[in-house]
Design a protein around this ligand. Structure first.
Ligand code: COA
Length: 263
């Protein structure tokens, strides 16, 4: 497919230059939180990426100065029962899987908060570069929840079990420098250099043989295939959270801008 026009979307901005498609999640007033529309539009753009030869690599970033993506859209959680929550998690995992298993390299240019689903989205990309002010975390426990878009699996793969458990159980955030030390990200740079550096790295990669680059991705992914039932266990447990008073209190407290009372 030739790249004649780029789609106009309500939650994503897409631009193309020299073989690199840049996707900007564009809900800055909601910290670029991932709602249903963002997922639908990401799937539309993934179709485009997979079917367009002129797109050789992809940058994912967030609009505005503050956030890459501050997680799943918590306001959509109040209407979900356990079955719907499982569906939400499984769907999120499938979309993020399409990124991780893509034949074309994806780089997350993390310009601010990458929390919850935002950290999970960055981890689904093949590489992560962050601006100095970026912050990373899986704060779902603050809401009586667990990560549901692959975070329990990919964080453990990237930083190891002990550090992954620490981050997910404490809900603490890591600075960009700490994330680099932990092995969660590849590089840190000044905010105003982030997109240029991301383009430079992808330009180097797309100058190589694209079939070989795709095979590197597939071969590295093969290491983790055995553990894939962990993703289903995550879906089951994420769904269970939606049957607890703890999760209702956590989500309501966030939406009502107060501290949760888990007792
Ligand atoms: N889902 C829905 N809305 C979100 C959101 C999310 N994950 N993260 C932020 N927002 C919204 C806020 O509700 C607020 O909306 P409002 O202006 O209509 O009230 C707006 O984005 C700005 O966020 P605010 O909390 O006022 O900004 P801040 O600078 O004080 O704090 C964060 C920034 C990222 C630390 C804070 O927004 C936060 O903790 N977000 C939730 C992170 C999270 O738990 N993610 C995991 C979800 S499973």
């Amino acid at each position: 497919m030739e790249l004649n026009t780029l789609p106009t979307l309500s939650t994503l901005l897409v631009s193309w230059q020299d073989g690199i498609l840049t996707i900007t999640i564009n809900r800055p007033d909601k910290m670029n939180a991932l709602n249903r529309t963002v997922f639908e539009e990401l799937e539309t753009v993934l179709d485009l990426i997979e079917n367009t030869t002129q797109i050789k690599a992809v940058i994912l970033t967030g609009a505005g100065q503050k956030a890459f993506v501050a997680g799943a859209d918590i306001s959509e959680f109040t209407s979900l029962d356990q079955a719907a929550a499982k569906q939400l998690a499984r769907h999120g995992q499938l979309v993020f899987d399409r990124i991780e298993k893509n034949k074309k390299p994806f780089l997350a240019a993390v310009n601010g908060f990458a929390l919850g689903g935002g950290c999970e989205l960055a981890m689904a990309c093949h590489m992560r570069m962050a601006a100095e002010q970026a912050k990373f975390g899986q704060p779902e426990v603050n809401l009586g929840l667990i990560p549901g878009y692959g975070g329990t699996q990919r964080l453990t793969q990237l930083v190891g079990k002990g550090k992954a458990l620490e981050l997910m159980m404490s809900g603490n955030m890591l600075s960009a420098t700490e994330a680099l030390q932990w092995g969660l990200i590849n590089q840190v740079c000044a905010s105003d250099e982030l997109l240029d550096k991301a383009r430079q790295l992808l330009a180097t990669i797309i100058a190589k043989g694209p079939a070989a680059v795709s095979r590197v991705i597939a071969a590295v992914n093969a290491l983790y295939e055995k553990g894939s039932e962990g993703y289903l266990e995550e879906v089951r447990l994420f769904g269970e959270c939606f049957g607890t008073d703890e999760m209702k209190e956590g989500v309501n407290a966030f939406l009502e801008k107060r501290k949760p009372n888990f007792n």
